[in-house]
Design a protein. Structure first.
Length: 122
């Protein structure tokens, strides 16, 4: 499986990843690290506690990592959480709505992990 095939499988934007990381070698390196870098797991853990500060920090970190990798859907959902918990701004979503977004993040992330695993297996 090529990187382009992986991105097609997981619904990522390969061209965006190329614009940011510039080389397939770097995309490959960082996409393989995603399952162990903990950025998404940090968000999922913070969501269990609905801790505003932790949610903001974790979502902000996830948004950046996923945007750099061209994982647009994950980045956009993380952006929603980031803006919801941005310090100094009023909340617009209920905890249930936040949990729903986090559930979609987890579902999309798991699909992404499955794709990465298939990619690593060749």
């Amino acid at each position: 499986m090529t990187l382009q095939e992986l991105y097609s499988l997981i619904g990522g934007d390969y061209d965006q990843a190329v614009r940011v990381l510039r080389m397939d070698k770097l995309i490959d390196k960082h996409i393989r690290k995603l399952p162990t870098n903990g950025v998404v797991d940090g968000l999922l853990d913070a969501a269990k506690r609905m801790d505003p500060s932790e949610l903001f920090d974790a979502a902000h970190a996830m948004k950046g990592v996923c945007a750099n990798l061209g994982l647009v859907s994950l980045s956009e959902m993380a952006s929603q959480i980031t803006e919801e918990f941005r310090p100094g701004r009023p909340r617009n979503l209920s905890d249930a709505q936040v949990s729903e977004i986090v559930g979609k993040i987890e579902e999309t992330y798991n699909k992404t992990l499955d794709g990465i695993q298939k990619y690593e297996q060749g």
